[in-house]
Design a protein around this ligand. Structure first.
Ligand SMILES: [Zn+2]
Length: 226
């Protein structure tokens, strides 16, 4: 039964991941809520079957079925990332929807940061609202140690920002993660994100001006798996 629930969460996550990518790509350009899904190259509308995440990518061998243009790899990557992002949500909880919205916008920000090395501050609105309004936000139960850990790491971020090694957005996301999920969880996620970042950097030594939030999301996903 537990495995079925995990598969269910994964499938929902892939749909959310797919929609998160659409939001980042159509922001300020097209209606991403009611607009129909279409191929960005030939503009042909996709059928419902062609919108099934991962399955449609594999079925059409990563190409548009009309014009045969390659579908960007970020499409399937965001679907798979989405699949793992919502693993820890307790769907039986009344407050699950708050977790889903929080993680969904984190996913949107990570995908936008990955593509543009920046993200739209408008996506911080739902994240900050949920952090401060959800009764399940971790910071309501913070003890002194939690605040010290969070402030200490925030200062580390400020230091890195002053050296232009990190962006202000990375700091904001880390603080919200800490306040919502808890300082120690955020530290764990940050450590895992740094390890992923190092691995990526070692494999791609020539890459520069890397976005860091996708690695934070990667850390969160690995943290979800245990
Ligand atoms: Zn096409």
């Amino acid at each position: 039964m537990e495995n079925i629930i995990l598969i269910f969460k994964f499938i929902i996550g892939t749909c959310l991941g797919s929609h998160a990518l659409v939001i980042t790509q159509r922001l300020n350009k097209e209606n991403f809520i009611w607009g129909s899904s279409h191929c960005d190259n030939c503009q042909m509308n996709l059928s419902l079957l062609d919108e099934i995440p991962i399955y449609s990518f594999l079925k059409n061998k990563g190409r548009c079925k009309f014009c045969k243009e390659s579908i960007p790899i970020v499409t399937i990557v965001s679907e798979i990332l989405g699949g793992f992002t919502f693993f820890k949500i307790n769907f039986y909880s009344f407050y699950a929807i708050l977790d889903i919205i929080f993680l969904f916008y984190l996913l949107v920000i990570a995908l936008q940061d990955f593509q543009d090395q920046e993200f739209s501050t408008i996506f911080l609105i739902p994240i900050s609202l949920i952090t401060f309004l959800s009764p399940l936000s971790a910071f309501y139960n913070f003890e002194l140690l939690d605040w010290i850990v969070l402030i200490f790491l925030a200062l580390f971020f400020v230091l890195e920002i002053s050296k232009s090694k990190m962006g202000f957005g990375d700091l904001i996301i880390f603080i919200f993660l800490g306040l919502y999920l808890g300082s120690l969880v955020a530290v764990h996620i940050l450590l895992l994100g740094c390890i992923l970042f190092l691995i990526y950097y070692l494999l791609n030594p020539n890459s520069h001006s890397l976005a860091f939030i996708p690695f934070i999301l990667g850390g969160l996903i690995i943290n979800n798996l245990n």
